[in-house]
Design a protein around this ligand. Structure first.
Ligand code: FAD
Length: 506
């Protein structure tokens, strides 16, 4: 294939899960009118993963970019707003048994300063309140069942993300893409044909024969048909750092009236953690665990017990997860997107964010006019940094746990497979050093903001044990003032259920 994108007239996306349809929608929106032919081929017999119900705030930009309003897609996907994630039972330290990882914005400016000041003092062994929950508006919104949407009387804002039905979002994007000219084929790839130079030439299928293209997008999920099985790009496992490799999922009903939660709850259980995600019609629940420490039956039993479903015949879905990333997501004339390129367990719901990052970076290079090796290397390096940066932050949850109830939690805490970046964060923090400067030095490799790092370290209660009274001349912020400020902001934001009902009825 030529290095020039002008030679790319036909793109074949293999795989029709969320990643495949996100790619199809973005390409169709940007390129269909330029005469680039876009085809999506998916197997009828090999299903999609069918889970993945939480996003990061980046998804707002995804739909904005497609020109799709929340009123169009959210009701169609049973979607709700997400103000942040609550983490109960990861820490056993008194006063720190739960913390909230907020999405934040200008409304938090004043209280974030207070949070940083208090946490720094607390970490330098002064007896001041350093738990994050008091300091973030989005925590108050979630606790009151509010949407992160200001009511008409104000222009306050707070950042937010979404929860949605993974299958419905795929269907919504499929309709969007097909309406903009994406050809949709059902068939199963049995073999991949390559050009003499090693590029991918076509995929062989039972009903459509050889389907050729100039450029291929591998969205075949964990099967990794093109990037892994055909092009042989190596896979870097994260299993030495992130032990979880299985999940079991089951839905539960929720009440039709009263407050509708606007947060994800990620509660630590015996051998992993359980998510609880509110949709408009049900809760999505699942238990992410490590098969090294618990078997499938016991994990399902524990989740059922946790959900009060021991006597229920609601079906459980068991899933295997391949945790890690490809060494390169872009190889030759093939870009891997979604589970085919890698997966970090869903603790911070980052997978679709990486899909979006990968597609945006690739498309930017396409627009810039060339598929040179330098561009490929650039995209690969960027996406690898994102993967490794997320891995570091997810790892921190496990490293900071203080549970002693199972081997799983002890092994996580004792795990010494720490990246140099994480080791430096912990070292600076544990010495009461200048973590902000350290985090700024790592900024090029960081996915999470300093606020997120401070929230996890402080929220899990990793502080010196016997704090002293602060000196009289040191400024300390009263958490009651911060809490009162956050509570006072609640009235400016709309009731979550009411906003969604109104959206569905207009
Ligand atoms: C337990 C769990 C929880 C998760 N939670 C979240 C979350 O909260 N937030 C988030 O962002 N992400 C989450 N994810 C990840 C998310 O589900 C995926 O990133 C997302 O669904 C994209 O998947 P995919 O499209 O890459 O793969 P899949 O959904 O597996 O789709 C693969 C597609 O490839 C096709 N295919 C495969 N082989 C062939 C073949 N030989 N021929 C033709 N077609 C083929 C299949 O038919 C299918 O259409 C979670 C994942 C798991 C496992």
């Amino acid at each position: 294939m030529s290095e020039q994108p002008s030679s790319v007239k036909k793109i074949l996306i293999v795989g029709g899960g969320t990643a495949g349809w996100m790619a199809a929608a973005m390409f169709a929106n940007a390129w269909a009118e330029r005469g680039i032919e876009i085809t999506l081929l998916e197997s009828r017999t090999i299903g999609t993963i069918g889970v993945g119900e939480g996003s990061t705030p980046k998804m707002r930009r995804f739909f904005d970019g497609l020109g799709v309003s929340e009123a169009e897609w959210m009701p169609a996907c049973n979607a709700t707003y997400k103000c942040g994630i609550r983490f109960p039972d990861w820490s056993t330290r008194k006063g720190f048994r739960s913390y909230y990882h907020p999405f934040f914005s200008h409304s938090d400016d004043a209280s974030i300063r207070a949070f940083f000041q208090n946490v720094t003092l607390r970490n330098r062994n002064f007896d001041v309140h350093g738990h994050p929950d008091a300091f973030f508006v989005s925590n108050a919104l979630a606790q009151h069942g509010r949407a992160p949407i200001a009511n008409q009387s104000t222009d306050y804002t707070t950042d937010y993300a979404y929860h949605f039905d993974a299958s419905l979002i795929g269907e919504f994007l499929a309709d969007y893409a097909r309406a903009r000219g994406v050809e949709h084929l059902y068939d199963t790839v049995s073999e991949v044909v390559r050009h003499e130079n090693g590029d991918v030439a076509a995929v062989e299928t039972a009903e459509h024969g050889a389907v050729s293209a100039d450029f291929f997008i591998d969205c075949t999920g964990f099967a990794s048909v093109l990037i892994g099985k055909t092009l042989g790009v190596g896979f870097q496992s994260y299993q030495d750092v992130l032990f979880n490799d299985r999940a079991v999922a089951m839905p539960t009903p929720h009440e039709d009236t009263g407050k509708l939660a606007s947060e994800t709850v990620s509660r630590a259980l015996k051998h992993g953690w359980a998510w609880k995600i509110p949709l408009t019609n049900r809760y999505g629940n699942g238990y992410v665990y490590s098969s090294q420490f618990v078997n499938e039956n016991d994990a399902e039993h524990e989740l059922r017990e946790h959900l009060g479903l021991l006597d229920s015949d609601v079906e459980a879905r068991h899933l295997k997860m391949r945790v890690g990333r490809t060494e390169r997501c872009w190889e030759r004339n093939c870009l891997a997107v979604g589970l085919s390129q890698g997966f970090i367990e869903p603790l911070e719901a980052t997978a679709l964010m990486v899909v979006q990052d990968t597609l945006e970076n690739f498309m930017q290079r396409f627009e810039q006019g060339g598929f040179t090796p330098r561009y490929r290397a650039d995209v690969n390096e960027k996406i690898n940094l994102i993967f490794d940066g997320i891995k570091n932050y997810i790892f921190m949850h496990y490293k900071l746990n203080t549970r002693d109830d199972t081997e799983y939690w002890l092994a996580n805490r004792k795990n010494q497979n720490i990246s140099a970046d994480v080791a430096r964060v912990l070292k600076v923090w544990d010495k009461g050093g200048d973590l902000l400067t350290e985090l700024r030095e790592q900024a090029g490799r960081m996915v999470y903001s300093p606020t997120s790092w401070y929230c996890i370290l402080a929220g899990m209660g990793r502080f010196p044990r016997k704090p002293k009274k602060p000196k009289a001349n040191v400024q300390v912020y009263d958490p009651a003032d911060a809490r009162q400020y956050c509570e006072s902001m609640v009235e400016h934001f709309s009731d979550h259920r009411a906003v969604l009902e109104q959206m569905a009825n207009t």
